[in-house]
Ligand binder design. Structure first.
Ligand code: GLA
Length: 753
């Protein structure tokens, strides 16, 4: 396993536990992709798959003896060139000062080394246990002096291959990069479907799946953030692939700004997938002697359907990406003030909230927006990060002390990257916001975006928030970002570098986030961008959890969380129980159902407990106890989507502990029916020959109370193949959670209410 070079065949082979990826240094030094798929047998070479053939009207390299049998246009590539014989999607577009466009890249050298390469200024996965190896292959173009280093790292155990590109200008004139993809994956044969995750604010990452037809499809974000609209994660799966069967390839870009995923099916039948920085507002000037790194793409292959692919990404993101100490710790149960009081609070109302929360068993109290400057609504004061003296006559420190005295830790909301026009900061430094000279800036939620490329802005930001954390006992930060980028112009940059603004914004953000999070390793940082507008691997490198969506309706959120789960683990999804009727949809749901949806790795409440009935309060107490009991499973469990019946009446999923000793089944009835058909489903991921018994079953929101569930001890095989039938559940959106434990294992301890 790992990386091998076979000199006699000119083949480089990358192997993970279950996959193999091969490339060949072909004629004239063209780097050809050979194969990505199941690891069949070591020492086999896949160059036999690509037969020389004279394909009419495809171009041929000038100096090749084999002539017409070889065309870049017809062969799979590792990094597609531009204007040099491959007319499919280029991985690179550039122009030089003298007007040369395109590159003709040939192999120069390669190197295999232990460990994981790192990238300049960008998040990237790390080697967690000394088993990762790196391959670097350098290609060069004589006419422009451009060198491209393709970087691959092989993570054997998690079945992930990372890929990034480093470009160097070794020539004597500046080169303008108009596009540089991080990964190029050519699938020469087969019929494929594209599964991707699109949406909008409060309805993020909804799966959309369709056959890949001839032509080009581009998915992208041009909003400066990875966006609510299009997540930088795509899957190509075999036509008809299911959760459990079929070849699937995933490509996840570790980046938080403009991105693009291009999928082209060429009339020759091959499919090309490119992933990288979005090209629309990108033009990077590469001076002679300088270099540029692209964000990293995580590639994975599963021969066993979509669930297998999700497991690869979940394990990898948990083990090899996030550097936070909180990554593998159970997260505290929090109560967030936003939907409880929005901007309407003072010290006294907050302390009432905190007191109620502590009586329910909450561990962390989070003060959301509105605590600083004159921020009494969302039109002002971003940038003035000084506690509002009217709300806190005794200072923020006093509130924190009082909250701590109630036995709660204290957390705070911030939105560092923004400035309101109506703020002292803007009045003092109007030039700190991104804006185009001579044009009024575009507003978003009445706010402007700070130009992070200015050193004084970065210094101010670091000073402001590090002193806030240094001077106060703050244990959690919600780092928000509530608008998209528009005025891509920085007064700091010369004219020929204005095409760099969007990417520089992200690089500077990473620098600041890295600086602040490293200085406060014990603080739990949660990412947010109007909910899930920046839910990506880039942010997950520092933030172990991200607020998944501003939509807290437990039924609408099922789709959002399920879509998110294709790439991202449950432990990274922050979810809260909010009030009913829900503030976004107006829908009423039982409190138990809200908790079942919100019971991800990062669980909490966002409501005013004083408005709950005694019965609901007691439900909350047992939910919190249940979350603590289930924390290890929610943190590390293998997640299974359990597709519903047809027409679909429910959403169900399960989590199975890595040793398969326990499994939590959750189901919410989304379409209750009269005279209902039996609810039957099959579990997944259990040990077939072990016996499992029900440790407990908790029904909530059922008009018929706690329906009886009596299941004998059943083998994992029976639970997975014969399945189980649940008793009928009546009511508005009833839910059930069932914990199965393996017989010989001690059951997880059930906490008392
Ligand atoms: C964004 C967040 C919310 C809340 C508000 C506060 O919309 O997603 O959770 O923090 O900002 O203004």
């Amino acid at each position: 396993m790992g990386i091998s070079f076979y000199p006699e065949k000119h083949i480089l082979s990358l192997e993970t536990a279950n996959s193999c990826y091969q490339m060949k240094i072909g004629p004239l030094g063209y780097l050809l992709h050979l194969y990505y798929g199941p690891r069949c047998s070591s020492g086999e070479f896949y160059d036999y798959l690509h037969l020389p053939q004279d394909r009419g009207f495809t171009p041929n390299p000038y100096d090749l003896a084999e002539g017409r049998g070889f065309s870049l246009d017809a062969l799979p590539q590792e990094f597609s060139c531009s204007a040099c014989g491959d007319s499919r999607l280029p991985s690179i577009l550039l122009h030089t000062e003298s007007g040369i466009c395109g590159v003709d890249l040939r192999y120069r050298r390669h190197e295999i080394r232990e460990g994981k390469y790192s990238l300049n200024g960008l998040p990237s996965a790390f080697d967690a246990d000394g088993s990762t190896s790196t391959l670097s292959v350098t290609l060069a173009d004589e006419a422009t002096g451009i060198e491209i280093e393709l970087l691959y790292a092989v993570f054997e155990a998690t079945d992930i291959i990372t890929r990034s590109v480093r470009i160097r200008n070794t020539g004597s004139q500046a080169v303008f990069l108009d596009k540089l993809s991080s990964a190029c994956l050519d699938l020469p044969f087969g019929s494929w479907e594209l599964l991707h995750f699109q949406g909008r604010h409060a309805m993020e990452r909804l799966p959309e799946r369709a056959p890949v037809l001839t032509g080009i499809q581009t998915l992208s974000s041009e909003r400066g953030i990875s966006s609510h609209q299009q997540n930088p994660f795509v899957i190509l799966c075999e036509q008809g692939a299911t959760e459990d069967a079929g070849f699937c390839y995933g490509a996840m870009l570790c980046y938080s700004g403009n991105h693009q995923e291009e999928i082209e099916r060429s009339p020759n039948g091959s499919v090309r997938l490119l992933s990288g920085i979005g090209e629309r507002y990108f033009c990077w000037k590469l001076d002679p002697g300088s270099m540029f790194d692209t964000p990293e793409v995580f590639l994975s292959f599963s021969a066993a359907g979509l669930t297998g692919l999700s497991h690869h990404f979940h394990r990898f993101l948990r083990r090899n990406l996030c550097r936070s100490r909180w990554n593998n710790r159970p997260r505290p149960v929090l109560l967030n003030s936003w939907e409880a009081s929005y901007f309407d609070f003072d010290e006294e109302t907050l302390l009432r909230l905190a007191r109620e929360a502590s009586e329910l068993g909450v561990e962390l109290f989070v003060l959301d927006d509105g605590w600083f400057g004159t921020r009494t609504d969302d039109r002002r004061a971003l940038g003035d990060w000084v506690p509002n003296p009217e709300r806190f006559p005794n200072g923020l420190g006093h509130l924190i002390d009082e909250v701590n005295r109630l036995g709660l830790q204290f957390g705070l909301w911030i939105e560092p990257e923004m400035v309101s026009e109506d703020s002292a900061l803007y009045r003092t430094h109007p030039d700190w916001a991104l804006q185009v000279p001579g044009r009024k800036p575009v507003l978003g939620r009445d706010q402007l975006v700070l130009d992070l490329s200015r050193q004084e802005v970065a210094d101010w930001m670091y000073e402001t928030f590090s002193s806030l954390l240094r001077e106060n006992n703050i244990r959690y930060i919600k780092w928000d970002m509530n608008r998209v980028l528009a005025d891509l112009y920085s007064a700091q940059l010369p004219a020929d570098r204005q095409g760099e603004v969007a990417h520089r914004y992200v690089l500077n953000l990473y620098k600041i986030v890295d600086r602040i999070t490293s200085e406060f390793p014990e603080v739990l940082f949660e990412g947010c961008s109007g909910g899930g507008g920046r839910f990506d691997a880039g942010m997950l490198a520092w933030f172990p959890q991200i607020w998944c969506s501003d939509n807290t309706d437990p039924i609408a959120r099922l789709r959002i969380q399920e879509g998110t789960s294709f790439g991202y683990s449950l432990s990274s999804i922050a979810a809260h129980v909010s009030a009913s009727p829900n503030h976004q949809t107006g829908r009423s749901t039982p409190i138990g159902t809200r908790a079942v949806t919100a019971m991800t790795g990062a669980f909490g409440y966002e409501l005013n407990p004083a408005l709950l009935s005694e019965e609901e309060k007691s439900a909350v107490r047992s939910q919190i106890a249940r979350f603590r009991e289930l924390s290890p499973l929610l943190q590390d469990g293998l997640y299974y989507r359990l597709p519903g019946d047809s027409p679909c009446r429910y959403t169900a999923w399960s989590l199975v502990s890595p040793d398969r000793g326990s499994a939590l089944l959750s189901l919410i009835l989304t379409q209750p029916e009269a005279n209902p058909l039996p609810l039957h489903l099959r579990l997944k991921g259990l040990q077939p020959d072990a016996g499992y018994r029900v440790a407990w079953a908790e029904f909530s929101g059922c008009r018929n109370g706690q329906p009886g569930l009596t299941l004998p001890v059943l083998s994992g095989a029976s639970l997975m193949q014969a399945g189980i039938t649940l008793p009928p559940m009546y009511g508005d959106f009833p839910a059930v959670q069932i914990l199965f434990v393996r017989q010989e294992n001690q059951p997880l301890r059930r906490q008392e209410k």
